[in-house]
Design a protein around this ligand. Structure first.
Ligand code: PDD
Length: 278
């Protein structure tokens, strides 16, 4: 198959999928999701994504009776059906199907999976960012499908000729519209704390693991927009981008002061990716 779509047991091409209007994802955005990638037909850090998927569902009380192993096998069997070598694997669980009513009871989650060909960009290419006030509510640590602020932030970046939004609450940097944000400063990686203001990114987690394995200091603390602008490098990290440096924020040059550490992290990241997917 060119693409693989799945909805509650039915399998077809993604553009043939039909979702019932009474799926709570349709009218409440009441659901959670995750995104993983495959290279050479092998999924990267799939178990981390599955763990986060189950954690997100639990955090907002969505019932998903499928055991974890069964879900994993389902994903792998659908990945197997796709003709492409490199794919994006999107999985979503809504609270379920029922009449529009805010309260819910006795519902089983409705599962949607979309597998599409995907080519990763070159992570060594530098990003341009546009600053954007982060107006999300305080469930940012849960990967819910309510993404209006992120959509607006990404659009703001795009119309300003940028690849991503650098989001901030007042002075405090949170993350990007659909990526984590890390700094390099004085030989250290600096990452915001994992609280309700940001998503616990899997790519960031891999960076943290790489740092631990290679004696690179990884410090968790809040930082301001000004600190980001003054950092040696600003790193944008996500499943669909890996880890990239940044050359501009709001049209002004940034980073470029520790290419050595940036490139070492990228090499180590690539090694990890190759280990799991080659
Ligand atoms: N976005 N922060 C936000 C708000 C995100 O939406 C994402 C991922 C990340 C990075 O997380 P990870 O390293 O696990 O991909 C951080 C995905 C790719 C998306 O919504 O398409």
């Amino acid at each position: 198959m060119k693409t693989v779509g799945y909805y509650n047991g039915e399998v077809c091409e993604v553009d043939e999928l039909r979702i019932p209007a009474l799926d709570r994802a349709v009218y409440f955005g009441d659901g959670i999701y995750d995104v993983a990638i495959c290279e050479n037909r092998k999924a990267f850090t799939l178990d981390y994504h599955i763990d986060r998927f189950y954690n997100s569902a639990k955090a907002i009380d969505i019932r998903f009776s499928m055991p974890r192993d069964e879900f994993r096998s389902l994903l792998l069997s659908l990945i197997d059906k796709c003709d492409s070598n490199d794919m994006m694997v999107y999985f979503q669980l809504s609270r379920g199907i029922g009449k529009r009513k805010h309260e819910y009871q006795d519902m089983e989650g409705a599962l949607l999976i979309m597998i599409t060909p995907f080519t990763m960009g070159d992570m060594r290419k530098k990003m341009k960012l546009a600053t954007f006030e982060d107006k999300r509510f305080l469930y940012c640590d849960i990967k819910t499908i309510n993404l209006i602020p992120s959509v607006l932030a990404a659009q703001h970046a795009s119309v300003h000729g940028c690849n991503e939004a650098l989001m901030h609450r007042g002075d405090m940097v949170t993350e990007c519209a659909h990526s984590s944000l890390l700094l390099l400063k004085d030989g250290k990686v600096i990452a915001p704390p994992l609280d309700e203001y940001i998503l616990p990114g899997i790519t960031r987690k891999v960076v943290e693991e790489i740092c631990a394995e290679n004696d690179i200091p990884f410090v968790t603390r809040r930082f301001t927009v000004q600190e980001a602008l003054d950092a040696d490098e600003i790193i944008v990290a996500s499943t669909t981008k890996n880890i990239s440096g940044t050359c501009e924020v709001d049209g002004k040059p940034v980073g470029g002061k520790d290419e050595k550490l940036l490139s070492r992290l990228q090499d180590l990241f690539q090694e990890r990716l190759d280990r799991e997917t080659k």
